[in-house]
Ligand binder design. Structure first.
Ligand code: FES
Length: 181
């Protein structure tokens, strides 16, 4: 067990994950350089960045919890609440909007029983699906585009997003798909 496990008693990071972060630290002159990578790793494992996760990273990387929290709240890819196993992020910036990203969002919301008029992040009551609009995903000539967890999908239609949902619904594994974990 690593030293930081005993510092944050109620929060446990698997030794394999902590070892990955320890290895990353060896590549940089300062521990804080690893902060974003550590946050991504914790979010990929736990599905979100909790207060305890922030405390753990702060202790691990010799920072204040506030410094870590500032990063978490600045970058929209981090979530402070649990995300669904399947996380859809749909680009709503100009090129994708002109090519129908709103229809993709509406189709997803309708099929998942979510409110299509709510434009902030929504998660289904069973916790399996999270849907949200995001800004430009840097593939503007292939819109509408979306991320399903860490997998990128381009030229989406209402039909193709329904097919993605069907695949998700048939996946009963406990792992988050496309996170590389
Ligand atoms: S506008 Fe959608 S990827 Fe740039």
């Amino acid at each position: 067990m690593h030293e930081t496990d005993s510092m944050v008693m109620e929060f446990s990071v698997p030794n394999t994950l902590e070892s990955e972060i320890d290895e990353l630290i060896t590549h940089y002159p300062e521990k804080r350089s690893v902060t974003l990578m550590a946050l991504h790793a914790l979010q990929a494992h736990f599905g979100f960045v909790s207060d305890a996760g922030i405390e753990w990273i702060a202790q691990k990387l010799d920072q204040t919890p506030l410094a870590v929290l500032e990063l978490v709240t600045f970058y929209p890819m981090f979530s402070r609440e649990p995300l669904g196993k399947f996380h859809f992020r749909i680009c709503r910036t100009l090129s994708c909007a002109l090519n129908g990203s709103e229809k993709i969002y509406w189709a997803l919301c309708e099929q998942l029983g979510l409110d299509k008029n709510v434009h902030k992040r929504q998660t289904t009551p069973d916790g399996r699906f999270t849907v949200e609009f995001v800004e430009c995903l840097a593939c503007c000539n292939k819109g509408p585009v979306l991320f399903l967890n860490e997998d990128f999908h381009e030229n989406m239609t209402e039909e193709s997003v329904s097919k993605l949902l069907t695949i998700c619904n048939g996946d009963n594994s406990s792992e988050r798909k496309g996170t590389g974990k």
